[in-house]
Design a binder for this molecule. Structure first.
Ligand code: HEC
Length: 172
């Protein structure tokens, strides 16, 4: 072997040694980085999504996420339903009549008794409670069909009764 070969071998050997060291450093670096975020571990968002999917349908008490959440939802639904009560829940019979009942009872549309005493004498004889019940439940008579709650299901019993009372007063 001449001296050139020896020089070459020395340089080449140290180059190989350098690559070996670099490889080890890269492996260690990779392990450190990988240790911070194990790819197999789901993220907190994924955990939450999974728990939501596998939650029992009729979950009983489950702390804040269960019973209290449902109680809050029920309260929100009740509040929303409150807002759906017709005419803001007004018990002003005249107001409800103006907004709804008059569309038929002013004109006699569909056979509705108009707001004239003559049209009501026989009906009043049935008594106030029957008239209120007919207005709440709806009623098909000889003249036509009185739709339940005048066709607005969000009217409460009290609101219908108030408007019937107003009508009874108005035709008397
Ligand atoms: C879509 C038309 C229509 C609307 C709206 C309507 N009514 Fe009537 N109503 C009728 C008709 C038709 C009759 C008559 C039915 C019959 O006796 O043949 C009637 C009858 C009645 C009677 C008499 C029932 C009886 O036993 O004789 C009352 C009370 C009454 N309506 C109250 C109301 C009130 C209160 C409202 C509003 C909340 C209202 N109506 C809205 C059509 C309507």
């Amino acid at each position: 072997m001449n001296s050139y070969d020896i020089v070459f071998l020395k340089k080449f050997a140290s180059l190989i040694a350098g690559f070996v060291v670099l490889t080890v450093v890269l492996i260690v670096l990779a392990l450190i980085v990988h240790g911070g975020a194990k790819s197999g571990d789901p993220t907190p968002e994924q955990v939450a999504a999974t728990e939501a999917r596998i939650a029992p349908v009729g979950a009983v008490y489950a702390g804040e996420s269960g019973q209290m959440a449902r109680a809050a939802a029920a309260a929100a639904a009740a509040a929303a339903a409150q807002q759906q009560v017709a005419y803001g829940g007004s018990l002003d019979g005249g107001l409800i009549y103006e907004r709804l009942c008059r569309t038929c009872h002013d004109t006699g549309a569909g056979g509705a008794p108009k707001m004239e005493a003559a049209a009501w004498t026989a009906r009043l004889a049935q008594g106030r409670d029957t008239l209120v019940r007919h207005a709440i439940e709806g009623y098909e008579g000889p003249d036509g069909i009185m739709p339940a709650r005048g066709g607005n299901p969000s009217l409460t019993d009290e609101q219908v009764a108030a408007s019937v009372d107003w009508m009874i007063d108005a035709v008397n």
